[in-house]
Design a binder for this molecule. Structure first.
Ligand code: GLN
Length: 452
């Protein structure tokens, strides 16, 4: 079948199911069909790669030329991006067909997609459950079969946790592996883009397309991109797996623990060896992250002032009124909370006590992982302490932050992580998280692929 036929079929599915699911903010049907036609022409003339004509969706945090790019916020509800993010450009060059922009927590702040200006997203497995966040729309769209793959970003779990909640595969690459140019910034030292798809193999194709150095992002790393597909079939005999003790302790739902342990048993049967390892600073990860990420966010979000782009209040009295009301109206509650926290910890007199201390803790957390990877090849554990929770269940922000206990340290350390489906607990999907050292994406994809 042609890419046009596939695109039409998926657009029809979006039409039929997304009214309830709410996984898309914008569907770009016309552009998609035109791109699909070009892909079909390329295929006919033998100009096709593995992704030519493959439909996908983009989290609404990727700037997309001529298309609304909202970051899930009222602040950017009227923002039509004048340019493409590097990821968007690279996916287009690979011949993929974007069907549109997916729902997300506002400015990627959240773990349930309930912080979106465009309303919550349903979990396709259970309409009472959240899809996870902040890339909840991307995960739900893939899980519901509306697209075979979607792009997300992960600052503190936002690819891996929604992938886990929706029963799909999600990869956060090493910090610097993928260009952040044109991705609306949340916390610049933590943000990284990556794929959500059904399988590790699909993620390998997508990572190969988006990875690489970019002169427009000075934190992207000038390092060759390996052939992620070629490594997928390497046997796992002799693989050394570490289980971080701290990831199996108090707070881990026993049904999640048993699903994860069962998955680890499969790796043993494939010839891997398993041993316990310690990441002693794990319990500092949430406090350190929730100092550093809001601090960077308060700085990144200072640009939304009602002057240059984004929401502007009606009839401002003067410049101060313009700033104040535009920001009061444009930002949601969680975003305001983060800006306040971040501004506080960066302010004179508090900087050393909070921000500097958090950076020191960050270094210790990173060292925990580097020490662990001297002993083992990969680490495994749950992606989240519980399966997807009910919509509206976590009203208290701290209880939401605690969701991120197994995902956040990975961003602080800058290492890659993948979540793969590992069965169900109480009818809701469970994600097994696999971690590797910096730039070990090929190994992670290989390990995940052998499991699938
Ligand atoms: N849940 C975390 C937060 O709210 C992580 C979000 C993310 O990875 N973008 O900050």
């Amino acid at each position: 079948f042609s890419s046009r036929e596939l695109t039409q079929a998926l657009l029809a599915r979006i039409d039929r199911f997304d009214g309830d699911l709410n996984s898309f903010i914008t569907v770009t049907a016309e552009q998609a069909l035109a791109t699909a036609d070009r892909a079909d022409a390329d295929r006919a003339s033998g100009n096709a790669g593995p992704l030519t004509g493959v439909p996908l969706a983009l989290k609404d945090i990727f700037c997309t030329a001529g298309v609304k790019t909202s970051a899930g916020s009222r602040m950017l509800d009227n923002f039509i991006s004048p340019y493409d993010a590097t990821v968007v450009e690279k996916l287009a060059a690979a011949g993929t067909v974007s069907l549109g922009k997916t729902n997300m927590d506002e400015f990627a702040m959240g773990s349930s997609n309930e912080n979106s200006f465009y309303g919550p997203v349903q979990n396709p497995w259970d309409s009472d459950a959240v899809p996870g966040g902040s890339s909840g729309g991307s995960a739900a769209a893939v899980a519901a079969g509306l697209v075979p793959a979607a792009m997300g970003t992960d600052t503190g779990g936002s690819i891996r946790q929604p992938a886990a909640f929706c029963g799909i595969t999600g990869l956060k690459p090493t910090y610097g592996r993928v260009s952040r140019y044109g991705i609306i910034a949340y916390a610049s030292s933590l943000d990284q883009a990556g794929p959500l798809a059904r399988t590790a193999e699909d993620c390998a194709h997508l990572l190969g397309a988006i990875a690489g150095h970019d002169l427009r992002d000075s934190t992207s790393v000038a390092r060759g991109v390996p052939d992620y597909i070629q490594e997928l079939d390497a046997p796992l005999a002799g693989l050394r797996i570490g289980l971080p003790r701290e990831y199996f302790g108090d707070g881990l739902d026993p049904t999640v623990a048993s699903a994860v342990r069962e998955a680890i048993g499969v790796f043993e049967s494939l010839g891997a060896t398993v041993r316990e390892i310690s990441l002693p600073h794990t319990h500092y990860a949430i406090p350190a992250y929730y100092v550093i990420a809001p601090a960077e966010a308060s700085s990144n979000l200072a640009r939304y002032d009602g002057v240059r782009f984004g929401h502007r209040c009606d009839a401002p009295e003067d410049l101060t009124d313009l700033y104040k009301r535009s920001r009061a109206e444009g930002f949601g509650e969680e975003v305001k909370r983060r800006i306040l926290m971040g501004t506080h910890t960066l302010s004179e007199g508090f900087f050393d006590a909070y921000y500097k201390k958090a950076q020191q803790v960050r270094r210790l957390i990173r060292q925990d992982f580097l020490d662990a990877f001297d002993e083992v090849d990969v680490l495994m554990g749950p992606a989240s302490p519980t399966p997807a929770f009910d919509l509206g269940a976590k009203k208290d922000p701290v209880s939401m932050y605690l969701q991120d206990i197994y995902t956040i340290a990975i961003n602080l350390a800058g290492i890659p992580g993948i979540s793969v489906p590992a069965g169900f607990a109480g009818g809701r999907p469970v994600g097994l998280q696999i971690l590797g050292t910096h730039f070990a994406e090929a190994r992670l994809l290989n390990v995940a692929h052998q499991f699938q």
